[in-house]
Ligand binder design. Structure first.
Ligand SMILES: [Zn+2]
Length: 445
C-alpha cells in the first residue's frame, strides 16, 4: 500500500496517555491511515515521504482553545500597568488596526504557534478577521475564527460597536467567505465579546444563527466579579445561567475563562456539555483560580488557551505547567493533596479539551487511525526530558516549545527540523516590527 508520509521508528503518545515505543505512523489523504509497530508498517507501506522518528515522540498537535491573533503586536506593553487595561490599551489598539496589520499579526501568531507545537486554535476575534483567515490559510494551521462583536456598553467607542443586525450580518458574510476553506481547516464561529457589551437581542440572534449554520459561538464568560454583578443586577441570574436562559449553553459554545462560577453553574456546564477554556497565565494574573478539578470531576469538557500574546508567549506547554503549579497551590495545598490536577488530565485538556472546543472531538486530540493527521514530533533525547521513568508526566511538566521539531497539519508538513515551510519568517518579523511602531503612534499608547 502507499501512503503520503510515514513517520518511522518513533515513540507515540497513545490515546490513553501511555507511551508506545518503536512505532510508525502512516498518513494518507490528510488522515492517519495506520499506527503500528515500526517493522510491521515498513513492510506494509511504501511512502512518498519518510520522516525519521528515531529519538522522537509523536503526539497530537496541541490546541489553543482561546487566543487573540490580532493582539500579537501589543506584546510587552500591558504588563505591570495599573488596571483599566481594556480602556487604556485594548480599545485604542484594536480600533487602530488596519486590515494588513491584522494579516501580519496573524502570520506572526501562526509562526509562533507552529514553532510551539500548536496545530489548531480558536480565536475570539477582533476586526478585519477576513485578513486573519487569509493568513491562517497560508500558514497551514487549523482554526475556528470568530469576529468580536459588541452592540452596547460603556467605555467602548462607537467605532468598535455595531448595530445588532450588522453584528450578525458581518459574521454571516465572513462565514460565507471562509467557512470550510483550506480543505476544511478554517471554521467561522460567531463571536460575542462578553455579556456586558452584547444586548439580549444580539445574544439570542447569535444562538439562532449559529444553530442554523451548524457552527460554534466563542465568548469570554464568567471572567470577573463585575460581570457576575452586572448579570445579577440586570437579569437576577449569574452569567452561565443567563446565557442558558437565552438558549446558548450547549456543545457548540466555547466559553473562555469561566473563573467566577457557582456550583449551580458548574452543574449546568457539565450537563449541557459546554466547552470551557481556561487560560492559566491570564486567569492567575487577572481573574483568579478556575475550579478546574471540580469541573473535571463533574465530567465537564475543559480545554486550555493562551489568551493571546499581549502579556505572555502563546506556548500551550507553558500553560500546562502553569495550571499544574497554580491549581495545586490553590486547591491542593490547603487540603494537603498534590493530586488535584494530574498530568494526564492536563494533557487531556490541551488535546481532547481543545479538540472539543473546535467541534472536532472525533477528528483531533488523539493519535488513532481515521483521525486527522495533526501531529507533532518532539526531540526527547535532551537533558530536561531524558531519561524519564514516566514520559507522560515529563511531557506535561518539562517539555517546551523548542522541543518540537516537526509539525504536520491535515496531513501536510508545516515544519520540518524546526524550519517552518509555509511562512516567511524574516519578512514576518520585519513587517511586524514596522507595523507595531505605527499602530502605537496612531493609537497614542
Ligand atoms: Zn481573551
Amino acid at each position: 500500500m502507499t501512503c503520503d508520509i510515514l513517520i518511522s521508528n518513533c515513540s507515540v503518545l497513545t490515546p490513553d496517555y501511555n507511551i508506545a515505543e518503536n512505532m510508525s505512523i502512516a498518513i494518507r489523504d490528510s488522515r492517519i491511515a495506520a499506527i503500528d509497530k515500526a517493522e510491521l508498517l515498513s513492510e506494509t507501506y511504501t511512502a512518498k515521504e519518510t520522516i525519521d522518528g528515531r529519538g522522537k515522540l509523536a503526539m497530537p498537535g496541541l490546541v489553543d482553545g482561546h487566543t487573540h491573533v490580532c493582539q500579537h503586536l501589543l506584546r510587552g506593553r500591558i504588563s505591570d500597568e495599573f488596571p483599566m487595561i481594556w480602556t487604556r490599551f485594548l480599545v485604542p489598539f484594536e480600533s487602530s488596526l488596519e486590515p494588513d496589520d491584522v494579516y501580519w499579526s496573524t502570520q506572526l501568531a501562526c509562526l509562533q504557534m507552529i514553532r510551539s507545537g500548536t496545530t489548531a486554535f480558536a480565536d475570539a476575534g477582533g476586526t478585519h478577521m477576513n485578513r486573519a483567515a487569509d493568513a491562517v490559510l497560508e500558514s497551514g494551521l487549523r482554526a475556528a475564527i470568530a469576529r468580536s462583536v459588541m452592540d452596547q456598553g460603556r467605555n467602548i467607542p462607537d467605532s468598535m460597536k455595531d448595530h445588532t443586525r450588522d453584528c450578525i450580518e458581518k459574521t454571516a458574510d465572513l462565514y460565507q467567505g471562509y467557512h470550510g476553506k483550506g480543505d476544511g481547516r478554517i471554521q467561522i464561529y460567531f463571536g460575542l465579546r462578553q455579556l456586558m457589551s452584547c444586548s439580549e437581542e444580539l445574544i439570542r440572534l447569535t444562538g439562532d444563527y449559529a444553530r442554523q449554520l451548524k457552527t460554534g459561538v466563542h465568548i469570554h464568560l464568567a471572567e470577573h466579579k463585575d460581570e457576575v454583578v452586572f448579570c445579577l443586577e440586570n437579569f437576577h441570574l449569574r452569567p452561565v445561567e443567563y446565557l442558558h436562559h437565552l438558549g446558548l449553553v450547549g456543545e457548540n459554545l466555547l466559553a473562555a475563562h469561566c473563573v467566577a462560577i457557582s456550583e449551580a453553574e458548574i452543574d449546568l456546564i457539565s450537563r449541557q456539555q459546554m466547552n470551557v477554556v481556561h487560560c492559566p497565565r491570564a486567569n492567575f494574573c487577572c481573574q483568579g483560580f478556575p475550579k478546574t478539578p471540580r469541573l473535571l470531576e463533574t465530567g465537564a469538557v475543559v480545554g486550555l488557551g493562551s489568551d493571546g500574546a499581549a502579556r505572555d508567549d502563546i506556548s500551550i506547554f507553558e500553560e500546562m505547567k502553569t495550571i499544574r503549579v497554580g491549581l495545586t497551590a490553590a486547591w491542593g495545598l490547603p487540603i494537603f493533596d498534590s493530586t488535584v490536577l494530574p498530568n494526564r488530565a492536563i494533557l487531556r485538556m490541551a488535546l481532547q479539551g481543545g479538540a472539543s472546543a473546535l467541534g472536532l472531538k472525533q477528528d483531533l486530540g488523539a493519535l488513532e487511525p481515521q483521525r486527522k493527521a495533526d501531529i507533532i514530533l518532539l526531540d526527547i533525547r535532551q537533558p530536561h526530558l531524558y531519561p524519564s521513568h514516566n514520559l507522560t508526566n515529563t511531557l506535561a511538566e518539562a517539555a517546551n516549545a523548542q522541543d518540537v521539531t516537526d509539525s504536520i497539519v491535515n496531513g501536510t508538513i508545516v515544519m520540518r527540523n524546526r524550519e517552518v515551510l509555509t511562512l516567511d519568517e524574516e519578512r514576518i518579523l520585519a513587517e511586524c516590527a514596522g507595523r507595531a511602531r505605527k499602530i502605537f503612534e496612531r493609537a497614542g499608547i
